[in-house]
Design a protein around this ligand. Structure first.
Ligand SMILES: [Zn+2]
Length: 392
């Protein structure tokens, strides 16, 4: 086996720099901050980190993991993300070399690897997949197919062979189509296969398990106000996070214990009321209130029904982007493997919460985007062999 050492070292160094940028993305994007301004600074003393103190991986060790001015400890997770990104880039670049794939594939492999690392972290922590990653990815994938159709297919005599990295490698008749057009078709079919299949799953999931019921023998305290809803001691969930669709409703049955504005909710304290909260208004025993006028109300309730989403739109957009890079076969393989991983993890979490007698009041969602990201990383290294095996 021939190892192109300088090429791999360059991939590692490039990956370390990308990892340094990903750290900024992972920290700032979910908090709604800009990734370009202000420049990197110490979170404690605001000291602006100098250029020579910002060398990926190396600086952290030279400064012994501390701010050079106030000596505050810098979390090792920064250097871990840099090192992991560097190692994945080195391995992925070597993979492109070793498989003799077109060098232009380095662009799509690098984008997918970097996005996967960032989305893995962000979705795991915040349960969101920022649009900036998916929309940029869709643009990169489309431009890539236009300028470098060889990342999707190659010509062999009169026929076009789809590259196995991106799609099923089967010779098809050129039929007067240019490679560029066929590469764009691969992008479109990949987006449909990735995003389209997941939209169907999302709607099916909503039909089959779109709501869940919290029924308790002893009534528990439910608090609602203009901002959101809280069950028991759990923190308040804002209405927009709870009622994602126009048709979503939260239903609470119980006795009103306390209403914030006297006279605003005129219901005897011992009477069982039915409350239906929608996106804009709340009905309390048939009387409608605008949600923004709702005073704080405490209810002793033994039955709460809340809407639930099985998959977020972020997962759908992420899969559409991956399909645009990898074509339909890659997208479907990634969907299959990642949903299997997600199901196993979900079952393990379920078993864990039963063993520890800790049924979460709001069923803990699974960061499916993190499972997709892990699968994409594995696909870069084993996808070609897997598709070849499945094609036989
Ligand atoms: Zn400092």
């Amino acid at each position: 086996m021939y190892l192109p050492i300088p090429f791999i070292v360059f991939g590692f160094a490039f990956g370390a720099c990308i990892g340094s940028f990903l750290n900024v993305c992972i920290w700032r994007i979910p908090n709604g901050l800009s990734v370009v301004a202000p420049p990197s600074h110490c979170p404690k003393c605001q000291y602006q980190i100098r250029f020579h103190e910002n060398i990926p991986i190396i600086s952290w060790f030279v400064l012994r993991g501390r701010c050079s001015k106030c000596r505050t400890q810098i979390s090792p997770r920064y250097v871990v993300v840099e090192a992991i990104t560097a190692a994945i880039f080195a391995a992925a670049w070597w993979r492109v070399w070793d498989m003799q794939w077109p060098p232009t594939l380095l662009l799509s492999v690098s984008y997918l690897a970097a996005t996967s690392i960032a989305v893995f972290q962000i979705d795991r922590k915040h349960f969101i997949i920022p649009n900036i990653f998916t929309f940029t990815g869709l643009a990169v994938a489309t431009v890539c197919a236009l300028i470098f159709p060889e990342t999707h297919l190659y010509e062999r005599g009169d026929t076009i062979v789809y590259h196995a990295y991106s799609s099923v490698s089967r010779a098809i008749d050129l039929g007067g189509y240019s490679p560029r057009k066929l590469a764009l078709i691969d992008v479109g079919l990949g987006m449909l296969a990735g995003g389209g299949v997941l939209v169907v799953f999302r709607e099916l999931g909503k039909r089959l398990c779109g709501r869940y019921e919290l029924t308790t023998a002893e009534p528990q305290t439910v608090t609602i106000d203009a901002h959101g809803l809280a069950v028991g001691d759990a923190p308040m969930t804002p209405w927009p996070a709870l009622l994602k669709r126009r048709t979503d409703k939260a239903v609470i049955s119980g006795k009103i214990r306390k209403a914030g504005l006297p006279g605003a909710i005129d219901v005897p304290a011992d009477k069982t009321v039915h409350i239906r909260a929608g996106r804009h208004c709340v009905r309390i025993d048939g009387v409608e209130y605008r949600i923004e006028d709702l005073p704080s109300i405490t209810i002793a309730s033994s039955r709460v029904i809340l809407p639930r989403e099985v998959l977020g739109m972020g997962d759908v957009k992420l899969m559409a982007m991956i399909g645009a890079f990898l074509g339909p076969a890659g997208a479907i393989l990634i969907l299959a493997v990642s949903s299997l991983l997600g199901t196993i993890a979900g079952a393990l979490v379920g078993i864990w919460s039963v063993l520890h007698h800790r049924p979460a009041p709001f069923q803990a969602p699974l960061p499916y985007g993190s499972f997709i990201s892990l699968t994409v990383l594995a696909y870069i290294f084993f996808g070609y062999e897997a598709i070849m095996l499945l094609q036989r």
